[in-house]
Design a protein around this ligand. Structure first.
Ligand code: GDP
Length: 659
């Protein structure tokens, strides 16, 4: 049993590309389900939440397990809508390979680019599936060009489709061990030429006129796919079951299996948390190395704690079954780990991939229970949801009885409202969402604090603060010797810095800056670690007040397609929203425009676009970064608690002398 090949394959796509339909077909063709469900009828097997069926969109990532060509595949179906991309981000750390679905009609969307870039950065071998080739308006050539221009020039098509005759075929037979190559000389030459273009080993042989046999072609192709130097492309129509077998064959042929290092030290990552009425908290893990057995005590590297696993469950087809043990490569659900959070590493951290950030909540919103009596229950439920999705960043501001969460967009609010009602029987109302602004220092300067009174305390710190280019976040450095400030106090300063920077002069997180500790002093007798928290907060705020901060607002990149006659209106709207755009493209009566605009002015634009285009408009967006704006166009955030700039009061507050 230990020697089986496992592949954990993510399915990623922009919403409506046909991902759920494709997964349904894969499950059907591999015999996991005996009848085909349909997204349009709300019967798709992976959309098992009530709201997913009603809305026809996936919210949570869902796994299914199947066998193809004797290889066990865990398929991880991820949500396509940008509002749920945090689920995609979490799934990326557990993948051996991926299928990226692109619609042959709508083509490469901004969200597709984000997913592909993440897959490429993480070097996850990926097969691209161009779906909906049966639909009117499908244009494979155009999509191939978009892949070439926007995603990668290393695409390699394995499908052949004649739109006039609707004839579908593939070139996978060229990789068949029993093929008589003499008959297919030209096709083979073609394939070798294409591959030689991307691979020096084949190129050398080709130039020298040496024989290139099938084994070598396959070996090199596998290697190229593994190194992400070739991205195989398959076309198909999920709705009609076209191209599915070819996709699965190619997947088992080209995507390498998970490591089988079952005997090494445990190395696993938690990618999902769920609650079960009977078993309590469930943690979903991907094992990269080693094995686990029920009743094992395992080490949580992230939290530096040990806990005992009570149950292990694994998917078989679509059912979760009890197992005594799991090995490297497996994806399992375990109970007993009460302290774990999403992203925790169990055992050895080396070898666990790190996913780039693709999901950024840009809005914050207040949640109100409709019945006052529901307040405490709502807090509990939001804590539970926050555990499942830490990006919600649930804040319970007790001083004011306010509940705040961060969200990605308006659809997420609608879905949360529905989940709170259907799963927890809670009626809630959401306030108007507000934009999450940020701040950045305006220039270089110094922040100083000598916190030496009232005794006992002693922490002197001097920081240099300087702005960095957009997107750099926070960089910290210490130039102070440990003779002046002991290492353990220096660690306190460093670990407390992000907390201090959560609220700048206008109440927003301060980002894109370098902070250098340039001078300081501790005291053998009077210093406590807490003194350095207090001094850091006051020193940094003092420095920010000195240099001043600029307000930054989130910007989104968009692509909008509307019927030609609505184009002028859309351009006008974009200008009104303080947006900018490239030259529009008009083709076959469709007007397409790309550009950037502030999130603040465009939150409700998708709904408006639907109205002005009679439902025919398509807008697709991605977060493109933060940009400075004048203060009067943004907003300040009221600070809860005492501002460290109010020095005397802050010291009393930090010492718990006042509330
Ligand atoms: P997802 O949002 O990516 O999961 O996409 P869905 O699987 O929900 O499909 C979106 C819509 O496209 C549904 O109405 C499907 O029936 C339809 N669809 C999916 N695949 C195909 C296809 O191959 N051909 C056609 N014509 N329609 C498709």
């Amino acid at each position: 049993m230990d020697e089986k090949d496992i592949r954990n394959i993510g399915v990623l796509a922009h919403v409506d590309a046909g991902k759920t339909t494709l997964v349904e077909q894969i499950l059907y063709k591999s015999g996991v389900i005996s009848s085909l469900g349909s997204v349009d009828k709300g019967t798709a097997h992976t959309d098992n939440m009530e709201i997913e069926q009603q809305r026809g969109i996936s919210i949570k990532s869902a796994e299914a397990n199947l066998i193809w060509n004797n290889i066990e595949i865990n398929l991880i179906d991820t949500p396509g809508h940008i509002d749920f991309s945090s689920e995609v981000e979490r799934s990326l750390c557990i993948l051996d390979g991926a299928i990226l679905v692109i619609s042959a009609v709508e083509g490469v969307q901004p969200q597709t680019e984000i997913y592909f870039k993440a897959l490429k950065t993480m070097k996850i071998p990926t097969i691209i599936f161009i779906n909906k080739i049966d639909r009117i308006g499908a244009d494979i050539e155009r999509v191939l060009n978009e892949i070439d221009n926007l995603l990668t020039d290393s695409g390699l098509s394995f499908s052949v489709f004649e739109p006039e005759t609707q004839q579908y075929s593939d070139i996978l037979y060229l990789l068949d061990d029993n093929l008589n190559y003499d008959t297919y000389k030209a096709e083979k030459e073609n394939l070798i030429e294409t591959l030689a273009d991307k691979d020096d080993i084949l190129l050398e042989r080709y130039i020298n006129g040496e024989t290139i046999d099938l084994k070598l072609i396959k070996d090199r192709l596998k290697q190229l796919a593994y190194e992400c130097r070739v991205y195989p492309i398959v076309y198909g129509a999920a709705l009609r079951g076209l191209g599915i077998i070819e996709l699965l064959d190619l997947l088992t042929l080209l995507i390498p299996s998970a490591s089988k290092k079952h005997n090494g030290e445990l190395s696993a990552i938690v990618y999902k948390i769920k609650r079960d009425k009977v078993l309590g908290k469930l943690a979903y893990l991907r094992l990269y190395e080693g094995q686990i057995q029920s009743r094992d005590i395992i080490y949580n590297f992230t939290k530096d704690t040990e806990e005992k696993i009570t149950h292990i469950r694994k998917l078989q087809g679509q059912k979760e079954m009890d197992f005594n043990k799991a090995v490297a490569g497996d994806i399992v659900c375990v109970s007993g780990l009460r302290k774990v959070s999403i992203g925790d590493i169990l055992g050895n951290p080396s070898g666990i991939p790190v996913a780039p950030k693709i999901a950024t909540p840009l809005l914050t919103v207040q949640v109100f229970p409709k019945q006052d009596g529901d307040y405490i229950k709502l807090v509990e439920v939001l804590e539970e949801l926050d555990e499942e999705d830490p990006l919600l960043n649930f804040q319970n501001i007790k001083e004011r009885n306010e509940l705040h969460i961060q969200i990605m967009g308006m659809i997420q609010i609608e879905i949360l409202e529905n989940i709170l009602k259907s799963k927890f029987d809670l009626d809630v109302r959401f306030g108007n969402p507000s934009i999450i602004y940020k701040e950045t220092p305006l220039k270089k300067g110094i922040g100083f604090e000598a916190y030496t009174m009232p005794k006992p305390c002693w922490a002197i710190v001097k920081f240099e603060i300087e702005p960095l280019p957009r997107g750099q976040g926070l960089i910290y450095e210490s130039k102070v010797r440990t003779e002046d400030i002991k290492l353990r106090y220096q660690r306190e300063i460093e670990s407390h810095l992000p907390k201090t920077l959560e609220k700048g002069l206008y109440g927003w997180e301060v980002t894109d800056l370098k902070v250098t500790l340039i001078e300081g002093e501790d005291h053998v007798m009077h210093s406590n670690p807490g003194d350095f928290h207090i001094a850091t907060a006051m020193g940094i705020m003092n420095g920010l007040a000195e240099v001043g901060t600029a307000l930054l607002e989130p910007i989104i990149a968009f692509r909008i397609s509307v019927p030609e006659e609505v184009g002028g209106k859309v351009l006008n709207d974009i200008v009104q929203m303080r947006g900018g755009f490239d030259s529009p493209v008009i083709m076959n009566g469709t007007f397409t425009i790309e550009g950037e605009m502030p999130m603040a002015t465009s939150v409700n634009y998708p709904a408006h676009l639907g109205i002005i285009s009679s439902g025919k408009g398509i807008i697709s967006t991605k977060f493109s970064g933060y940009r400075p704006i004048p203060l009067d166009l943004g907003a300040m955030r009221e600070r809860v608690g005492v501002n460290p700039l109010d020095r005397a009061k802050y010291i009393l507050f930090a010492r718990n002398a006042i509330k």
